[in-house]
Each structure stands twice: as C-alpha cells, then as structure tokens.
Design a protein around this ligand. Structure first.
Ligand code: C5P
Length: 193
C-alpha cells in the first residue's frame, strides 16, 4: 500500500515548500492540488465542465500562480460539483507507489482521510503576506487583504472547508526557517514509517 502524506493549511503557510521537500527526501510523488482549482478557475466558462475536462495543458499554463488566479480558484472551489469532479484524480494520484505527498485544503479531511501522516501548516497572517509579496513582487498590505479574504472564503464554505483534521499535527512556520520547518516535517514522517 502507498504511503500517503496529507498537507493542508491556508495560503502561503509554507505547505507547498514542505510538500515538495518531503517528496524529494522520501522519493515520493507530489501533487499541488491548488493547481487543479487554479487551472479550473483560469479556464473560464462553466466551472463544473472545466473541472471535468481538465487536461495536462490546462495545468501547464504559466499564469496560474498569480494572485488573480488564486482568487478565481477560491471562488470556483466553493462549488460542490467542481470539488466532486476532482476527487478521483487526487485519490488515484495518492495511491501511487512508493508514496505520495498531496498539499491543499481538504486532503486530510476529505481526499485522503486515511493518510499515514497529516500535517496542518500555519503561519501568522503578516508572515504569510510578506512571503507572498516577496514571491510575486506585490504590495504586502494588498497581499494581506487578499489572503484574509481567500482564507475566510475557504474556511467558511460548506463544501470541504479549510480546517485541520482531528488527527493532524499542526506546524506553525511563522518563526521557522525553511530548513527547520522541513526538518520537523521529515522527523514527523520518520516517526510514522
Ligand atoms: O493552494 P493554492 O493557493 O494554490 O489554492 C488556490 C485555491 O484553491 C485555494 O484558495 C482554495 O480555495 C482552493 N483549494 C481547495 N482545495 C484544495 C486546494 C486548493 O479548495 N485541496
């Protein structure tokens, strides 16, 4: 059976960086599930049809990392039929040997509730806004407002809201370097293997 690592948390918490590092360290597959929602939102038209018809080319668009694509993703991600259309792909991805790391908002709660390791990565709003501003070359105050709006929408929606699974370990990266955050995550996985 594949070893599944579920990583959830709000935007710019560090979950993507930790997920990539864990996948590299353990030789596991990695899926950034936010890209599925970003690609669906960026396609335009009927979001349910867009989610059902996602292609590798849709996922390879280079404008998916923008703040606008993140906001569009968060809006269509509240639609239950959009989420339902993306479930099978994520679960199949997770079952690949020798293991997989998936990061998103609902991996530990909905997509892979039986994951061997569940991490819920958080950081203060200010730290997250500063990180995202540096990454995108944008204004930190504007990023702060956008992140808060997106987190609020993601955590208050009825369908698979952003929240830690009951058995998730919470990792606060506010005061941690990338190296320290990754080292802690690796230690947690080692303990579960
Ligand atoms: O993680 P990222 O910022 O790329 O996600 C973009 C948006 O996609 C999130 O704000 C959220 O609304 C949605 N999302 C989701 N469930 C996931 C991953 C992302 O609802 N598993």
């Amino acid at each position: 059976m594949a070893f599944i690592i579920a990583i959830d948390g709000p935007a710019a918490s560090g979950k993507g960086t930790i997920a990539r590092a864990l996948a590299g360290h353990f030789g596991f597959h990695h899926l950034d599930t936010g890209m599925l929602y970003r690609a669906t939102g960026a396609k335009g038209g009927d979001p349910v049809a867009a989610a059902r018809g996602l292609t590798p080319a849709d996922l390879a668009r280079d404008d998916l990392r923008s703040a606008e694509a993140g906001q569009a993703a968060s809006r269509i991600a509240a639609i239950p039929e959009v989420r339902a259309a993306l479930v099978d792909f994520q679960r199949r991805f997770a079952e690949q040997a020798p293991g997989a790391v998936l990061d998103g908002r609902d991996i530990g709660t909905v997509i892979c509730p039986g994951a061997a390791v569940k991490l819920y990565v958080v950081a203060s709003d200010e730290v997250r806004a500063a990180r995202r501003a540096a990454e995108l070359g944008a204004d930190p105050d504007e990023m702060l407002a956008q992140l808060r709006e997106r987190d609020l929408r993601d955590s208050q929606r009825a369908a698979a809201p952003l929240r830690p699974a009951d058995d998730a370990v919470v990792l606060d990266t506010s005061a941690l370097s990338i190296e320290d955050a990754v080292a802690r995550a690796i230690a947690l996985v080692e303990r579960a293997r």
